[in-house]
Design a protein around this ligand. Structure first.
Ligand SMILES: [Zn+2]
Length: 305
């Protein structure tokens, strides 16, 4: 269900893995009122996947408040998620007033043009007014953003062209968050993993090829990336500790290189065997400090300051 837009038949906007603190008020399956402070795991324009310890009935209406913005909306519980990334029960919920943009992110309508497939979706923020948008960028725009960590584009709120920047989140599902298992297979963990204070994550949907040692492979897109890890959804059946080779980005195939990576978590999804995976990139001798596009992150950090 993670990949199916929270139980709706088709996703009408890009999803983004984003941890947003929320307050949920409703009634549990016993009819008792509850008030729980928790967070989102994945959001899109019309819904979310949220962690809620209380048991909920599909069809029940709950009130969710975005704690930061204090915007509240009613949501319908669609279903309980098959897997759990957070260690607690997770629920797909559908917003009854999506126009309120409770997540503080503008999700443009998906274009029906074939060109949509060539666009790269990136969570961006206006540097002037902090409006957020899951922006659909051309390859040229993305490369410019990647090179300069800023991209001039129209801001609906500012009403003029402003610089937009990557949104850097400190807890991403592609990174190692406190609620997720830390890779324990010794030797597979990058040595400097512990040295870094936090994995800074960008929500970027880049073309991604996954290859397994047995030769099976799949093309998909990243859900988010950090300097040393990435999160993606795919149909390949993999287990924690499995070694894979990943090739990420918009470069032509000849210029791409395979980076060895280790699966550190997976979250099964209902139907089709599709699952979310988190993987850490391995550092190897021939690629010193092997992380891809580490300049993106250095620059992104600088711009955030
Ligand atoms: Zn703005």
């Amino acid at each position: 269900m993670l990949n199916e837009g929270f139980g709706t038949s088709a996703r009408r906007s890009e999803r983004v893995l984003l941890r947003i603190p929320i307050r949920v008020v409703g009634n549990d399956t016993r009819g008792e009122a509850f008030d729980e402070t928790t967070y989102t795991l994945v959001v899109n324009r019309s819904g979310a996947l949220i962690a809620v310890a209380h048991l909920l009935h599909p069809g029940a209406v709950i009130k969710i408040t975005n704690i930061k913005s204090q915007i509240s909306c009613s949501f319908v519980v669609v279903m309980r998620a098959a897997g759990s990334l957070s260690g607690t029960s997770e629920w797909g919920v559908k917003c009854l007033a999506p126009e309120m943009e409770i997540w503080g992110v503008h999700f443009p309508e998906r274009s029906k043009e074939p060109a949509e497939a060539d666009l790269t979706h990136v969570l961006l923020e206006c540097r002037e007014c902090s409006s957020r948008e899951m922006a659909a960028l051309t390859a040229e725009e993305y490369r410019r953003l990647e090179a300069q960590s800023r991209l001039p584009r129209p801001c609906p709120r500012c009403g003029v062209i402003k610089d937009w920047k990557f949104v850097v989140t400190e807890i991403g599902l592609g990174g190692i968050s406190p609620s997720l298992p830390v890779p324990s297979a010794s030797g597979l963990t990058p040595r400097h993993e512990a040295d870094r204070p936090r994995d800074q994550t960008l929500a970027v949907k880049l073309p991604l090829e996954i290859r397994r040692p047995d030769g099976s492979e799949e093309s998909t897109k990243t859900e988010n990336i950090s300097e040393s890890s990435l999160c993606f959804a795919c149909d390949l059946e993999m287990q924690i500790g499995d070694r894979v080779y990943v090739s990420v980005g918009l470069d032509p195939p000849a210029e791409k290189r395979d980076i060895p990576a280790c699966i550190i978590w997976r979250s099964p999804a209902q139907g089709k065997g599709r699952a979310f995976y988190g993987a850490v990139l391995e550092k190897t001798n021939d690629t010193p400090g092997a992380s891809y596009r580490s300049s993106v992150f250095a620059e992104a950090r600088r711009v955030q300051l």
